[in-house]
Design a protein around this ligand. Sequence first.
Ligand code: ASP
Length: 325
Amino acid sequence: MTEQMLSVLGMGGTISTVPGPAGAVPRITANELASSLGVDRIRSKDVFTRSSREIGPEQAWTLAAAIEDEIHCGATGVVVTHGTDTIEETAYALALLVAARIPIVLTGAMRPPHMPGADGPANLRAAASTASCAELAGYGPVVVMHDEIHLASLVSKTHGVGVAAFTSPAAGPVGRIVENEPLLLLGPPAQVALLSRRAAPTKRVEVVSVCGGDDGLAVESAAERSDAIVLAATGAGHVPTAVAAAAESAIADGVPVVFTSRCADGLTLAETYGGSGSETALLRAGLVRSRFLSPAKARLRLLFGLSAGLEPDELFPSAEKGTVG
Ligand code: ASP
């Protein structure tokens, strides 16, 4: 049996903050966090020490390489400590980029370490025990917060400040931590998000959030400066006529447009509604449907996929069942 070797990679965020004159700032190192676990065989490294609003596709690409290095050096499980604001984006980027041969677990904290009831230590411990469970490798990267295990493709920060801030609206958590052991309640996903080809992010993809009565200006502006657009459409994938026209014109100019839903539990439809701006009209006009990814995750799929030379249709296959897009 392989001896376990845990690796803790630090990205910053609340879990690593110390009080400062103008508020909490990330300073605690991955080594300090790793030492707090009291585990014998453990490695640690700071990849970034910043707020997660400053972590985007380039930083996720760097983190993916750092995880591959850790696997190469014998890690049997990886814990990534990360700010919670964008942890779901980094988790999904890792799902696109890293063939998870070992458990990859992201965690963070909602309360800074110096505040009463700080949740970081419990989350870190839960993440370490999850990363020590080899079965988790089959789930792709997961987010562990508040004793729940969430899939990267489904997890979402649905509360701004509460300790129980994370949910997977479409399906719930896949497991829980009970007495410091992961209890897997649902099986691994039928399909993983992993891209068939990977490349450093070089494309620009804008997310445009659509409102009722929107005149399409934001889509027109985005089309001028980006390689592709993700629409956070209303409801099950509906946009006002002017937005549909702007999207159609973007496509005619060679800028692919993917539509998602702006709903927190955002499934899109394909064949229910008619009329201009309906999902059926958008599909006829050449827009590509993301079935249930959040707008931010659809952006990452498109951005990394296009960077690797993949087509939007292959990235969001309409007929395929599963958890990819
Ligand atoms: N602002 C912090 C961040 O995302 C919030 C957190 O970590 O909970 O970096």
